[in-house]
Design a protein around this ligand. Structure first.
Ligand SMILES: [Zn+2]
Length: 377
């Protein structure tokens, strides 16, 4: 893992030959990775697979594998409010790659802690939650994949328990955790699901005095849910990032600088991590050197490069997609370019974006139409 472009090209050429559906897509667009991918600048020409093609209802997910069905280890299933999840075949080696890239991320963000309080169920419970068998392989959520290989310490506290079809937060345990660390400036982290954490804090605020967890505490959210929904979890309202950070920072006594959020999606391998910016009143996400991102116009799908431009997020993966055609995927989440080359706040020399969220209403309609046109190719 040292030269992204070469590794990406190798991955794409293999995908082209291993996945008939992807080869068909490339051929129909007159693109052959062995011939047409010669420099970083050519990456924007690489055909992408829209995440809608991984939906169960599209009945393509077995055709999007790069290996025979019987050698995959599991299906990663997206959480879905619509009942039509994505199905992504993975082997252990690809899941370990997710972990490897995540560990690299952690090093960059120094997200060290002695004890974590996690707004997700414990790994075993998370893996088995609503798991089904499809073509002989178990389904598991992306969070389940990640928790399964995470090296969260043994003293981690998992606050979420399934209660029949719902997930419930153990509020007494959370309260105890907060009281135990109050005023001590311990190295602790509060991590996991945004809506569950936000909801829990709103409940505590009614009966508890503000706390002072101090400058060594971190709030590290991941798994999305800023629209207030995540699978069966719903708090019925979208969460403004500024409100989330300011509210939690005030109540928990944790500096706003100590808030980070990670973004990825079921069909992708590397996650991008954002640090909260007081100036932007939003998280600024860096695209790490081991991945690439292109923001594409919602209507024309043309690549965009100027600060302030908004569009669909396309992720280019060099690593961790040996099981499925995930080298180049377009998702219907909207990102906004902050800078193509440098974070304006911490000056890291990486592409920096804000995550805007899912497309809605008229935009969503346009997106659906555009994606269908593409998928018919
Ligand atoms: Zn930065």
């Amino acid at each position: 893992m040292n030269n992204f472009f070469q590794d990406f090209k190798d991955n794409l050429i293999k995908q082209y030959f291993e996945c008939q559906a992807y080869k068909f897509l490339c051929d129909s667009q007159g693109f052959n990775p062995s011939i047409n991918l010669n420099s970083e600048a050519d990456i924007e020409k690489v055909p992408f697979i829209a995440t809608t093609l991984f939906k169960k209802s599209a009945e393509m997910f077995t055709n999007l594998l790069r290996v025979p069905l019987d050698v995959i280890d599991k299906w990663t299933l997206s959480s879905s409010t619509s009942g039509d999840p994505s199905m992504v075949g993975r082997r252990k080696c690809d899941i370990m790659k997710i972990k490897e890239l995540d560990d690299l991320n952690k090093k960059t963000y120094k997200s060290f802690s002695n004890q974590a309080c996690v707004f997700f169920p414990e790994p075993k419970v998370m893996r088995e939650y609503k798991s089904k068998v499809v073509y002989g392989k178990s389904t598991e959520s992306y969070i389940g994949n990640i928790l399964d290989v995470s090296d969260l310490k043994d003293n981690s506290i998992f606050l979420v328990k399934p209660d029949e079809d719902n997930l419930i937060v153990d509020m007494d345990k959370f309260k105890l955790f907060l009281e135990t660390h109050n005023g001590l400036e311990n190295n602790i982290s509060i991590c996991g699901s945004t809506p569950l954490l936000f909801d829990a804090i709103n409940i505590l605020q009614k009966t508890m005095k503000p706390l002072n967890l101090g400058k060594n505490a971190l709030v590290n959210t991941f798994g999305g849910g800023w629209d207030g929904k995540k699978g069966t979890v719903s708090i019925g309202t979208s969460i403004k990032r500024q409100d989330f950070v300011e509210n939690l920072s005030n109540f928990l006594g944790i500096p706003e600088d100590n808030f980070i959020d990670s973004y990825s999606f079921t069909e992708n391998t590397f996650s991008i991590t954002g640090h909260y910016s007081k100036e932007y009143k939003d998280y600024l996400f860096h695209v790490p050197e081991w991945g690439r991102m292109i923001i594409r116009d919602i209507k024309t799908l043309k690549p965009l490069y100027s600060p302030g431009d908004r569009g669909f997020i396309q992720m280019l993966n060099a690593y961790g997609t040996t099981t499925f055609a995930g080298a180049s995927v377009l998702v219907d989440d909207i990102g906004e370019i902050v800078s193509i080359s440098e974070c304006p706040e911490c000056k890291t020399k990486l592409m920096t974006i804000k995550i805007i969220g899912r497309v809605r209403g008229a935009e969503a309609k346009g997106c659906g139409a555009t994606l269908n046109v593409r998928s018919e190719k």
